[in-house]
Ligand binder design. Structure first.
Ligand code: UT7
Length: 334
């Protein structure tokens, strides 16, 4: 008989690298301006990795942040899932490297690639494992360092991304209440060309050579924008419908921080209360998988989110993927 153990979100945390790059600094690299970037995206500055910092470094800091807050012994963690599109190495996985560095020697560890929908995809996997009774303490680490792979001469891409990591600890609920009220995932591989980072490598010298591609993020920004506005409102409404909830019954809307114009348009289309929308793209840019957990944790710590509450989380990005979740956030999680 399959079990159906309710899941509790017991902690959230985040980390961003210390180095900040402003719009004015970007305008020394490409033909752009602070005014263009602010008005078209909402972004004012972003944090980027420097020196040897990478997605593992960011993830370890975010993981330690949630572990010290929740006072969980790393040896008690059963599973680490890292949602990342920018692993420090193709292998070993980011999750295995984080496992070693935080001392979670008893955990199983693997990565999941769903770009900016990473948190929601990882949450759905954690929910399945915890509900079935297979694992108890599950640590999710969403970490990306896209600044390493943007073409710093492509003005429509280099101003968008920032680096960072978020973490979430999930475990069986202590009071029978499930914190994951609803979760819904979508993948549209046919639209995969909209955002891609091709790792072409080089064929064996004994065979016909392949075409080597530059290791840069390609993004058709306009198409991504249209994708979001065409499909996401319907998906968000379906998630609300499945939960038998209305937009105005949700306390906070925490969207992927991709572009302030996208957030505004979604908020308006769905009918979320504008006062209850969490935005921090101004300071961090688009941090990919890390964006929703950073926005959530920071807003809790700054008192912009009052706990306990319900929140609607939405992610969308390369794949193309979308993920929507309605969650309960308990007192004391950050
Ligand atoms: O995580 C999910 C991933 N990505 C997204 O969600 C991205 C979604 N898309 C966007 O945010 C927007 O499409 C962008 C911010 C990327 C671009 O804004 P846009 O308003 O869609 O601009 P556009 O691509 O249609 O370009 C309009 C003009 C072009 O010039 P021409 O051809 O009209 O002369 C671009 O070359 O704006 C130009 N442009 C810039 N100008 C100054 C593009 N980037 C810049 C820039 N500074 N940084």
């Amino acid at each position: 008989m399959p079990k159906n153990i309710p899941v509790m979100i017991s902690g959230v945390g985040y980390y961003v690298p210390k180095t900040v790059v402003t719009n004015d600094e970007i305008s020394t690299l490409v033909d752009t301006s602070d005014e263009w970037i602010r008005t078209r995206t909402g972004i004012e500055e972003r944090h980027v990795v420097s020196g040897s910092e990478n997605s593992v470094f960011l993830g370890v800091n975010a993981a330690n942040n949630v572990l010290s807050h929740t006072k969980v012994n790393p040896l008690d963690i059963d599973l680490i899932i890292s949602a990342t599109s920018i692993p420090a190495k193709a292998y070993p996985s980011v999750a295995c490297e984080i496992q070693t560095q935080i001392g979670a020697d008893n955990a199983v560890a693997f990565d999941v690639t769903a770009a900016c929908s990473g948190l929601i995809y990882a949450m759905s996997i954690a929910k399945a494992y915890i509900s079935s009774g297979m694992y108890k303490k599950v640590l999710l680490v969403m970490t990306d360092a896209n600044s390493r792979f943007v073409d710093w001469s492509d003005r429509s891409v280099c101003c968008i991304f920032g680096d960072g990591a978020g973490a979430m600890l999930l475990e069986p609920s202590v009071d029978g209440v499930d914190d994951i009220i609803e979760i819904d995932l979508t993948a549209m591989g046919k639209l995969g060309d909209y955002i891609s980072l091709e790792i072409s490598g080089k064929n064996c010298p004994l065979v016909k050579p392949n075409e080597e591609k530059p290791l840069h993020i390609h993004m058709a920004g306009r198409d991504v924008y249209k994708f979001v506005m065409t499909y996401l409102p319907e998906k968000i409404n379906k998630t609300l419908e499945n939960a038998h909830m209305l937009a105005d019954e949700i306390d906070y809307f925490i969207p992927h921080q991709a572009n302030l114009r996208i957030t505004d348009a979604l908020t308006e289309r769905i009918g979320f209360n504008k006062e209850r929308v969490i935005e921090n793209i101004q300071k961090y840019g688009n941090t990919s998988a890390a964006s929703v957990p950073i926005a959530m944790t920071e807003a809790i710590q700054e008192g912009k989110i009052q706990l306990p509450c319900t929140a609607f989380l939405t992610g969308f990005g390369a794949g193309m993927t979308c993920g929507n979740a309605i969650v309960r956030l308990r007192k004391g999680i950050a």
